[in-house]
Design a protein around this ligand. Structure first.
Ligand SMILES: [Zn+2]
Length: 119
């Protein structure tokens, strides 16, 4: 059962802020080369469920490998609070770093693992 709620979140210094609707019943850790270093926990949602409220001009983009995902981060504090990419069906999607959501305790969430290293 999807349990979609609306959350606010952003980077550490507060320049990047967003509002997003997502299901935190489906949260993923990943072992790919960047996630394993960052330690992010991800929830995926459509780009139409995501609204950047502040900080578009503060975002730097990091890409590597096939360059399909935009690993955005705040150029001031360095925190990557979300990434943009495409879902397998081609729709624009957003990966939310659940650790950056206000009032969410990531230790209470059930986390599944993505084998990103081998994708
Ligand atoms: Zn920041």
């Amino acid at each position: 059962m999807a349990d979609i709620k609306t959350y606010t979140g952003g980077c550490h210094c507060g320049r990047v802020r967003y509002e997003v609707s997502a299901d935190l019943g489906k949260v993923f850790g990943c072992n790919c080369s960047i996630c394993i270093k960052r330690g992010a926990l991800w929830a995926f949602t459509g780009s139409d469920q995501f609204e950047l409220k502040a900080g578009a001009e503060e975002l730097s983009d990091y890409q590597f490998n096939k360059k399909v995902i935009h690993h955005l981060f705040c150029r001031n504090c360095g925190v990557g609070s979300f990434s943009r990419g495409q879902a397998p069906d081609g729709r624009e999607s957003v990966a939310i770093n659940v650790r950056c959501l206000d009032g969410v305790d990531p230790n209470t969430l059930q986390v599944a693992q993505i084998d990103g290293k081998n994708l």
